[in-house]
Design a protein around this ligand. Structure first.
Ligand SMILES: NC(=O)C1=CN([C@@H]2O[C@H](COP(=O)(O)OP(=O)(O)OC[C@H]3O[C@@H](n4cnc5c(N)ncnc54)[C@H](O)[C@@H]3O)[C@@H](O)[C@H]2O)C=CC1
Ligand SMILES: CC(=O)C(=O)O
Ligand SMILES: [Mg+2]
Length: 627
């Protein structure tokens, strides 16, 4: 009945539409029409079809425009009386939101560090953005995209680390899909509960190794959400077509399990066949309903990351971000650091690389750097000789008494010297590396002594503490610059402030896989490549240094600017599709046509598919009627 009454009210209001123009029309006219060019019926193709009405529409963040709904939308979509009358433009909405976002800075101490190693003001800003995302996704992505360098550290690392640690306390509204071990046998049906018929990208985690924060069980969903926020903002995936997923198979985190507020399974993690059966079932369920989606595996622990990748990479369009995205990122960073020194890619073969952290990320990076050396002209065996890899038990050599997985074993030093288990400082002193990479997630492993040695042995030491979040990084920029006399070329996993050193400002770069995974996934998705090969990853890595501005290279910056992230993702996507084409993997006819025409055509094809966070009209208007 209420619905019928609302309809009647609406239709009588439509008749008064023209009379209303002095009240509403002028504002809306300015917002949506160029003066003198009112909407024509042909504009109907630009009208998004929405089935929701009234309060349901206002409560749907994908469609909600809040105070920016136009007069005719308010009338035809049964919104009159449900919103204050004044129409606000998106620009005004942005201004209001930014005031809120900036509000606390003056009174919340920037020094108060929370359990996730971020300040309380980071947390406050995260909450402002989270609430906005829950209300109005278009506005959320507009603001995120326009303020990407400032806000990526809020929706993503480091603040997302705090959000994951606290997800069980923060939980208010569902976002994404929750599967757990007790859903066995039901997943194929459950996946149909997701409202979207089209999904282009899925990020799945089992919460077993979230950033460097360890096993967070169901709370790991926060990382799938954060990554997909970047898919939308950085690469232009449509927000209605991304799906964050957590598979809760239990947790060994007793702190969480003992917490009455924890909302995940209170059981030990599944392992062995039981584990693989449940992952298989979920992957089957997701890929049956969404066969064209790119599947990103995120933050699976070392025991499962590589085996899962090997299990699925031949059958589905999938990749492991920690293994593969990070690998391409590190190669790009080293190439960037060489470019800073005026050297070309071939100089990679001359680098001596000490890498601490022989896990999924570390070994992915070591392998890709070795493949880079192979591409630059030396044999893979020779390339392996340029690496010294350490884990929690020190330098890894063939004398390691405990079993090593296949990849780690290939990087074990083949030496008769008694250096098995050597500490980082001993290795750095003995080997004099040119590049130091940290992916151990264990905090300050790059001590002053280690960094000082790097400075003594190199004119321009390349220092890459890539662990996340901030308090798990191997060192920060200030420590690196102080110990090396301000000569370090520095890039860290989470962002670091620039350093003031002897009267000059030294820039810090961020070596995070966010410069790769959005463009990589976009290229693979639009090219319908069906697979992501090592060569496609290498193409992504090689595309990045060419996006660094010459004036930034002068300032020792080794990655492209984050304010250009859309353009960076476009270039990465282009490189990925072109490489896929060379390997015969492009399955999309439209992509093939663009590829065979020109680079400009390929760029236009990709851009055309990138979502822009702008309000589109939700109703069409007869000729001559102004909004
Ligand atoms: N910057 C980026 O884009 C990325 C950063 N990461 C970060 O890398 C770190 C590691 O990730 P995964 O490789 O997936 O973890 P993992 O658990 O697979 O491997 C960790 C490795 O570090 C070693 N390790 C732990 N404590 C150590 C210590 N005190 N000394 C020396 N080695 C130690 C372990 O033995 C293991 O080899 C995390 O902090 C993660 O946030 C991961 C992916 C991307
Ligand atoms: C960045 C990322 O993927 C990680 O730290 O795990
Ligand atoms: Mg990760």
């Amino acid at each position: 009945m209420a619905r019928i009454m609302r309809r009647i009210a609406s239709s009588s209001l439509v008749r008064r539409q023209i009379e209303d123009l002095p009240l509403f029309g002028l504002h809306a006219f300015r917002e949506f029409c160029t003066p003198g060019t009112p909407y024509k019926p042909t504009d109907i193709t630009e009208v998004d079809i929405v089935r929701k009405r009234g309060i349901d529409l206002l409560h749907d963040p994908l469609w909600n425009k809040g105070t920016a709904f136009s007069v005719s939308e308010r009338e035809r979509l049964e919104l009159r009386g449900l919103l204050p009358k004044k129409l606000l433009s998106m620009e005004t909405q942005v201004q209001r939101l930014m005031e809120d976002y900036e509000y606390g800075r003056d009174y919340i101490s920037a020094d108060h560090i929370t359990d996730g190693g971020v300040t309380r003001d980071h947390v406050r800003r995260w909450k402002v953005l989270q609430e906005l995302q829950d209300r109005n996704e278009t506005l959320f992505y507009r603001i995120l995209l326009d303020n990407f360098p400032e806000m990526a550290p809020i929706v993503y690392t480091p603040t997302v680390g705090w959000a994951c640690l606290n997800y069980h306390k923060l939980y208010r509204r569902p976002r994404g899909m929750y599967f757990d071990a007790t859903d066995k046998g039901e997943m194929a049906a459950m996946v149909w509960n997701w409202p979207a018929n089209e999904v282009d990208a899925i990020v799945i985690t089992d919460g077993s190794r979230i950033l460097g924060l360890g096993d967070l069980g169901l709370n790991g969903l926060g990382i799938s959400i954060g990554k997909l926020d970047l898919y939308v903002a950085a690469a232009g995936f449509h927000p209605s077509k991304v799906l964050p997923v957590v598979l809760d198979v239990g947790t060994q985190n007793m702190g969480l399990r003992d917490d009455p507020l924890y909302i995940g399974l209170d059981q030990d993690r599944l392992n062995g066949d039981e584990y693989y059966e449940i992952v298989d079932e979920l992957v089957r369920a997701l890929t049956s309903r969404y066969p064209n989606a790119v599947l990103q595996f995120e933050d699976f622990n070392m025991a499962h990351a590589l085996p899962l990748l090997e299990r699925y990479r031949e059958h589905h369009l999938c990749f492991n971000d920690d293994v593969q995205g990070t690998a391409a990122t590190a190669v790009a960073g080293v190439y960037g650091a060489l470019a800073v020194q005026g050297k070309d890619f071939s100089e990679l073969t001359k680098q001596r690389i000490v890498l601490i952290g022989a896990g999924s990320a570390g070994m992915g990076v070591a392998r890709m750097l070795a493949l880079g050396m192979l591409k630059q002209g030396i044999s893979y065996e020779e390339a392996l000789g340029n690496f010294w890899v350490l884990d929690a038990d020190g330098l890894i050599t063939i004398k390691r008494p405990t079993a090593l997985n296949h990849t780690v074993k290939s990087f074990a030093r083949k030496t008769q010297e008694d250096v098995e288990g050597e500490t980082l400082v001993e290795t750095v002193r003995r080997v004099k590396p040119t590049v130091l990479v940290g992916l151990a997630g264990a905090g300050k492993l790059f001590t002053e002594e280690v960094l000082t040695l790097m400075g003594q042995n190199n004119e321009r030491p390349i220092i890459m503490p890539m662990s996340n979040p901030t308090h798990k990084m191997e060192c920060n920029a200030e420590e690196a610059q102080k110990a090396t006399g301000g000569r370090a070329i520095f890039a860290s996993g989470s962002p670091c402030a620039d350093v003031q050193y002897e009267g000059r400002t030294i820039k810090s770069s961020q070596a995070n896989n966010m410069v790769v995974f959005p463009g990589l996934a976009l290229g693979a998705h639009l090219g319908a490549t069906g697979t992501i090969t090592d060569k496609m990853l290498m193409a992504a890595a090689e595309a990045l240094p060419s996006c660094i501005l010459p004036e930034d290279l002068e300032l020792d910056i080794v990655y492209p600017r984050l304010c250009d992230i859309r353009d960076v993702s476009l270039k990465v996507a282009m490189a990925v599709i072109k490489q896929a084409h060379e390997e015969g993997h492009v399955g999309s006819d439209k992509a093939l046509k663009a590829l065979e025409t020109s680079d400009e055509e390929l760029a236009a094809f990709i851009k055309e598919h990138m979502y822009e966070p702008v309000y589109k009209p939700l109703v069409s208007l007869p000729v001559g009627v102004l909004e």
